[in-house]
Design a protein around this ligand. Sequence first.
Ligand code: CTP
Ligand code: MG
Length: 184
Amino acid sequence: MIWLIILKTVYFALPAYIANMAPVLVAKPKLFNWLNYPIDMGKTWGNKPILGKGKTWRGLIIGTLAAMAVAGLQSLLYHYESFRQISVINFNETSFILFGFLAGMGALLGDILKSFIKRRINISSGRPWPIADQLDFIFGFILATWWLVRPSWEIIAALVVLTIILHPLTNIIGYALKIKKVWW
Ligand code: CTP
Ligand code: MG
């Protein structure tokens, strides 16, 4: 039962997880460099960056497209009974384009909102803000997809707990693979 909830949760949030990872993965090998412009255009507000150089159009666009690709794959797999059983989304009723777009965009806007707040409270780009750094995209994802799907409280609770556990793990792997500069 607990394993089924974990499996369902990870499968449900997969587009958001991928959206959150994609910006880092494309930044390192300098892919899509023509999109690599800061969203805040380098502008400041009260002597502090509005968002900082870590938030780029490349991250937002590629991350959202990546989430849509994952949702597309999930929608194809929905033809199989075994995948239907672990899918929170009914892809026969919900368009994968809409779900993928909202999941990716929501996740990344959550991350962007968090950066905005970090800059206001004097935490500079790339410096850690524990818990918020881990859960920003999850809240964005849940909120943006809320009118499409209301996950059960078990799914939401599992999502919060799993993300707090898994996030540092992926960061440490990324750091070990030299994809990420810092381990948080
Ligand atoms: N990234 C990006 N565009 C985004 C989000 C992330 O290009 N919208 C890339 C940047 O290269 C960024 C890296 O992914 O440095 C890691 O993202 P994140 O940890 O969210 O940003 P930080 O650089 O740590 O900045 P902040 O302190 O604002 O969270
Ligand atoms: Mg960060």
